[in-house]
Design a protein around this ligand. Structure first.
Ligand code: DX5
Ligand code: ZN
Length: 231
């Protein structure tokens, strides 16, 4: 299970930099390597300057990896548009961007009504405080650690203060980080208090995916343990 109320580490590889012509096999391999869930990046060429795939692809992928938790990272304008399609395709969580909608509350309501978990992300330039009115309504928040649009970008360490701020305020919140996260940056994420770890190219390009996932999990779990002891 991907969501844990902030108390365990979940690793959700992003398949953006995988071989998308071989998506089902790539996803199966990532799950066999010890992933907890999959982070599927949807881009519309409008909210971000890139295109990926939509709900028809998710619908085809769903039966190939049954039971696997799909987090849809919706880097799209007007995220309300695709809620029903994604729910129908078998998505488990719908993470939209605060910056992409006029009415985040209504978007969350629709996601729930469609039977999915609700996540909300913020881009690096966005202040963390914008999340506060919505925290109680969300299952997860996603702090972007790159400007969304492409895999393989450099991790922006400045974003860690947002994770710290959220973790200090909310002990039982699932907090995700996404962008440039891998063995070299995981310690910063863990120390700040992230527990949902999205990692794209670091895992996908690793020659030993299992080890890479194991190592990142160990770092996050030991930070979580230290924090729990301090409580
Ligand atoms: C960025 C995406 C990320 C990205 C992660 O726009 O939302 O999920 O693919 O890939 P890496 O870990 O390579 O930055
Ligand atoms: Zn993503």
């Amino acid at each position: 299970m991907a969501l844990s109320g902030g108390c365990t580490c979940s690793i959700g590889p992003s398949i953006l930099n995988a071989d998308l012509s071989n998506l089902a096999a790539e996803c199966q391999e990532l799950m066999t390597a010890g992933s907890d869930y999959l982070h599927l990046d949807v881009m519309d060429g409008h909210f971000v300057p890139n295109l990926t795939f939509g709900h028809p692809v998710v619908k085809c992928l769903r039966p190939k990896v049954p039971g696997v938790f799909f987090e849809m990272h919706m880097m799209v304008s007007e995220p309300e548009k695709w809620i029903e399609g994604m729910a129908d395709a078998g998505a488990d969580m719908y993470t939209f961007h605060y910056e992409a909608t006029e009415n985040p509350k209504e978007c969350i309501r629709k996601i729930r009504e469609a039977g999915m978990k609700a996540g909300m992300g913020i881009n690096p330039p966005t202040q963390v405080e914008v999340l506060l009115p919505f925290i109680e309504l969300l299952d997860c928040v996603l702090v972007m650690t790159v400007n969304p649009g492409f895999g393989g970008q450099k991790f922006i360490s400045d974003c860690m203060s947002k994770v710290e701020f959220l973790r200090n305020k909310y002990k039982t919140l699932d907090i995700g980080v996404d962008g440039g996260v891998g063995p070299n940056t995981i310690q910063q994420c863990a120390d700040a208090g992230a527990n949902m770890i999205v990692s794209g190219s670091a895992v996908v390009k690793s020659t030993n995916k299992k080890q890479c996932i194991y190592d990142m999990r160990s770092v996050v779990n030991s930070a979580l343990k230290n924090r729990q002891q301090e409580l």
